[in-house]
Ligand binder design. Structure first.
Ligand SMILES: Cc1cc2nc3c(=O)[nH]c(=O)nc-3n(C[C@H](O)[C@H](O)[C@H](O)COP(=O)(O)OP(=O)(O)OC[C@H]3O[C@@H](n4cnc5c(N)ncnc54)[C@H](O)[C@@H]3O)c2cc1C
Length: 399
């Protein structure tokens, strides 16, 4: 078998792997970005880019294109479905800390596609769609990575391998790293529609978290669609994807659900899991390959992109400047700590606010949110935390 040589193989051209490959390529490092699918996946997943992520992506030259492709959403709402109460949070209040005081609402595949297009023009980078990482072996000096494609299996000798191959990461499995946590009993159902929900609910923000003990909802606007996310408890798949269910969901939002037509209807299982290690030897894990969380708050892809920047900054220092490989342990400490202390904790808390029953604990959580919304100082720290600035600061403080 012929062996090709490169410095880094990145497994997976989702948003996180594409960012990692672009970062390294810009540092003059030879990269192969291997993606098992024939093109960037176009499923409806992440659609929110937080301000610090936009700052990072600006260094790769894609933020302005994301803004042009997506929508600016400076305001988000926490709404209570029963009482109709709306708590509004406005990111322009933190305009002194960022050039991007808003979320950008844009489907994640636009980012993956934009970066793949740019990378294809780079001499030191190969983007290989239809190439699945099936196996690797590492030793003291490098990693042999096996890529399966339509006509065979190719061996690539790399200095490092980055596993950005998503929730079912084969890289994580071959590393034999545990992926502890839990799976929510209910699944999530997402529906998309071009129907103007904002006409039925005046004042609706582009990002809305609507709490309710029976059926909470997330209403997210992307340029041409509303995306609606609801819990899908013990119901059959056929029912969840039926018009009857669609009608019931939209009846609950605005009445007359039968009049609403949908584009996508998709069911997801949702997990809270963190890999025991984010690197072993010359192999690193980033993004969903390293951690999973529920989508409430929009932290999954964003935190994965933060992993990619953190890991690639250290890899560049090792490869280009001869820095110690111990830096990879620092990557593990920094990103695993904030995954537990921020992403996991905050997403679990956000889920509790959304689905809590009409009990004392739920009232306490709502009271706490009310206090946050009405106190300028507390509101500012809440905005900074939810925009993920605290998690980045916390990681940077770990040595
Ligand atoms: C309903 C929903 C809404 C969400 N909303 C948000 C949000 O608003 N904001 C947010 O930050 N996050 C959100 N998320 C989470 C977000 O979608 C994920 O965190 C994000 O996709 C992770 O990116 P990734 O690149 O790590 O993995 P993925 O996007 O899963 O990409 C992995 C890639 O690797 C490829 N691959 C897999 N195996 C191999 C292999 N062996 N060899 C080569 N390639 C391989 C796959 O084909 C895929 O292209 C949401 C998730 C869901 C389910």
């Amino acid at each position: 078998m012929q062996t090709r040589r490169t410095q880094v193989v990145v497994a997976g051209a989702g948003p996180v792997g594409s960012v990692a490959a672009t970062y390294l390529s810009r540092q003059g490092i030879d990269v192969i970005l291997a993606e098992s699918a024939m093109d960037s996946a176009q499923d409806l997943r992440a659609s929110t880019f937080h301000p610090p992520t936009l700052e990072m992506l600006a260094t790769l030259g894609v933020t302005e294109r994301l803004i042009e492709t997506g929508l600016k959403a400076p305001v988000y709402h926490w709404r209570d479905r029963r009482s109709g109460e709306i708590l509004s949070f406005d990111l322009t209040e933190i305009a002194d800390v960022t050039a991007y005081p808003f979320r950008v609402q844009c489907e994640q595949y636009h980012l993956s596609r934009m970066l793949a297009d740019t990378l294809e023009a780079e001499e030191n980078t190969q983007v290989r769609f239809g190439h699945r990482v099936v196996y690797f072996e590492q030793d003291d000096t490098g990693v042999d990575v096996y890529l399966e494609h339509a006509t065979g299996i190719e061996k690539v000798r790399a200095d490092y391998l980055i596993g950005a191959d998503g929730a079912n990461s084969i890289v994580r499995k071959w590393l034999n790293v545990e992926f502890d946590g839990f799976t929510y009993p209910e699944r999530f159902l997402t529906l998309s529609t071009a129907w103007p929900i904002e006409d039925a609910l005046p004042g609706l923000a582009k990002v809305n978290y609507v709490s309710d003990p029976d059926e909470w909802q997330v209403l997210l606007r992307v340029p041409s669609l509303w995306r609606v996310l609801v819990p899908a408890p013990e119901e059959s798949e056929a029912y969840l994807l039926s018009d009857e269910k669609k009608n019931a969901v939209f009846d609950g939002i605005m009445g007359d659900g039968a009049a609403v037509t949908t584009g996508h209807r998709t069911i997801y299982r949702v997990h809270q899991r963190v890999a025991k290690r984010f690197h072993k030897g010359r192999v690193l894990l980033v993004g969903d390959a390293a951690h999973l969380n529920n989508p409430l708050g929009g932290f999954g892809m964003n935190s994965g992109i933060h992993d990619a920047f953190n890991a690639c900054e250290k890899l560049s220092a090792i490869i280009n400047d001869g820095a110690s490989a111990d830096l990879l342990d620092l990557y593990d400490r920094q990103r695993r700590t904030v995954t537990f202390d921020f992403t996991q904790r905050q997403t679990i808390e956000n889920m509790e606010i959304m689905r809590g029953g009409q009990d004392e604990a739920h009232e306490r959580r709502r009271d706490a949110l009310r206090i946050l919304a009405s106190d300028p100082e507390k509101r500012r720290s809440y905005l900074l935390r939810q925009a993920m600035y605290d998690s980045i600061g916390q990681a940077a403080a770990i040595s």
